[in-house]
Ligand binder design. Structure first.
Ligand code: SF4
Length: 495
């Protein structure tokens, strides 16, 4: 169904016959980092930090690609195997919409992935240019051309396969669910997407702050899918408002893309005190228009003179950066936001870019400390965190050196608000409602392989964080595309 999109080789950079001299010239174009909001301004708003390339900047940055001989390492480094060199060549030729279509041929969310992929370990981490200079800014160029197309022409029109007469239920409208819906819709199947939040988008809307991802993109994408007949049923939690078995009975196939939405608990004394938040609750209440939230969450989170975030991943950076914005917007210029992490900065799992932005915005960091208890006041509100110093021991199974407590090193730090950003686990409720469904590690859905997403129940497929555990948007999109192909095959098989 991708026949409106260029095929691999249609604009093959190999046909360019780039001479060494051309490569030499390209290699000497200085990198053009994308413009950003000044840290002093951006802490006063929740708008995107990156302002995006303009046309001329994008053309120059795209010309830094030296068009390596095939197989291009950037393509291999991208989980979606986007044809990056072809897209960059089209950008260079001012053919922005065609460049966007190259990305859309293999990705359902180039606007999102271009913004939030950890490019430094994926496409840009494999870029040959990174061997002698800064890697080509592939992610920002991807976002640029996809944005250019969306703003100037809208999402491209698709050719849709003739109606198959089959109905598919998709549970969750995050990166996996929305990608599966788009693929299956294009294959001619009727798609109904169930979402427990009030708006479609899942993690893209309710997990990622607006200063990293402009939410209107997701609203426009959902509206565009609706134009093609995809139906979103929001405020509906499958497993509670509608039984999983009902979906299996009423639809020809079901796709599970519910992610890993449950924030891990600290399991420490005092965790139930007022003023202690799980990261997701804090982030949605801090970032979103209140009318986009369920009634129980329609109030901004508390802020205080000492705000503490526990954790070292990207979510913890989202929390500290949301906190500092809330404080500065409220005029609390002397209030402090501190991220506490039990290892050193070297072992932090989140992106360097996020940490650098947080530091520029005034966030403090304390390393080699871990909470042991939360202490409150007479009203039951958190006021202090009891911490223990840590030291690094031998590497654990993740390859990072594991933290070991230093005996007798406890101390207290002031904390008026605490946000726990300790990672995510799958939601057991939906899986438990289907006792026959096979589960794997930590209750994740067990699938045949990630290339099919088939569970042990015929017609039931799963992909994304509910299969792999909390991971990247790009890996969820890739897995959902594989599962959609397998589902199309299943739906077209006579039984
Ligand atoms: Fe790079 Fe991610 Fe885009 Fe692939 S999807 S090209 S890894 S930014």
């Amino acid at each position: 169904m991708n026949d409106i999109f260029p095929k691999r080789g249609d604009h093959d950079p190999a046909n360019l016959d780039l001479k060494d001299f051309d490569r030499y010239e390209r290699a000497h174009i200085p990198p053009g980092p994308p413009p950003k909001q000044d840290p002093r301004e951006r802490v006063l708003n929740f708008n995107e930090v990156f302002l995006g390339y303009d046309e001329e900047q994008a053309i120059v940055e795209a010309a830094r690609c030296i068009h390596c001989p095939s197989p291009e390492p950037c393509i291999l480094g991208c989980p979606l195997h986007n044809d990056i060199p072809t897209a960059l060549l089209l950008i260079e030729q001012r053919r922005f919409s065609e460049a966007a279509n190259v990305f859309r041929a293999t990705s359902n969310m180039p606007e999102v992935c271009g913004r939030i992929c950890p490019q430094e370990i994926l496409c840009e981490g494999s870029c040959t240019v990174a061997g002698y200079d800064r890697a080509v800014n592939i992610g920002k160029l991807e976002a640029f051309c996809a944005d250019w197309q969306r703003r100037n022409e809208g999402f491209p029109d698709y050719r849709i396969a003739p109606p198959s007469g089959k109905r598919v239920a998709i549970v969750g409208s995050g990166p996996a669910g929305m990608s599966a819906a788009e693929e299956l819709m294009r294959d001619g199947h009727e798609c109904v997407v169930y979402e427990e939040w009030p708006k479609p988008g899942g993690l893209n809307v309710y997990g990622i702050p607006g200063f990293k991802l402009y939410k209107q993109i997701i609203a426009e994408k959902a509206a565009w899918l609706e134009r093609y007949g995809v139906r979103f049923v929001c405020n509906t939690r499958v497993g509670k408002d509608i039984a999983m078995q009902t979906l299996l009975d009423e639809y020809d196939a079901v796709f599970l893309g519910i992610g890993a939405p449950i924030g891990n608990k600290a399991r420490l004394p005092g965790e139930e005190l007022k003023g202690i938040y799980q990261a997701t609750e804090f982030l949605v209440r801090a970032n979103l228009p209140l009318e986009d939230l369920p009634a129980r969450l329609r109030a901004r989170p508390e802020i205080g003179k000492h705000m503490a975030v526990i954790g070292g991943g990207d979510t913890s950076m989202d929390c500290v950066r949301s906190s500092i914005r809330l404080l500065r917007q409220a005029g609390m210029c002397d209030a402090v936001v501190t991220d506490y992490y039990r290892r050193t900065e070297n072992e932090m799992p989140g992106r360097y870019e996020e940490r650098m932005h947080a530091k520029q915005e005034g966030v403090q960091f304390e390393f080699l400390v871990a909470p042991v208890a939360f202490h409150g006041d007479a009203e039951g509100h958190v006021r202090e965190i009891e911490m223990q110093r840590m030291e690094l021991g031998a590497p654990d199974e993740s390859g990072r050196r594991s933290p070991k407590p230093v005996e007798g090193s406890n101390f207290c730090v002031p904390a008026d608000v605490v946000v726990l950003a300790l990672g995510y686990s799958p939601d057991p409720e939906l899986g438990n409602s289907l006792p026959d469904l096979k589960k794997g590690w930590k209750g994740l859905f067990a699938v045949e392989t990630e290339f099919t997403g088939a569970t042990n129940i015929p017609g039931l497929y799963a992909a994304g964080d509910d299969v792999r555990g909390a991971d990247l948007v790009v890996t969820a999109v890739a897995a959902a595309r594989h599962a959609a192909r397998a589902m199309d095959g299943y739906l077209r098989t006579e039984r």
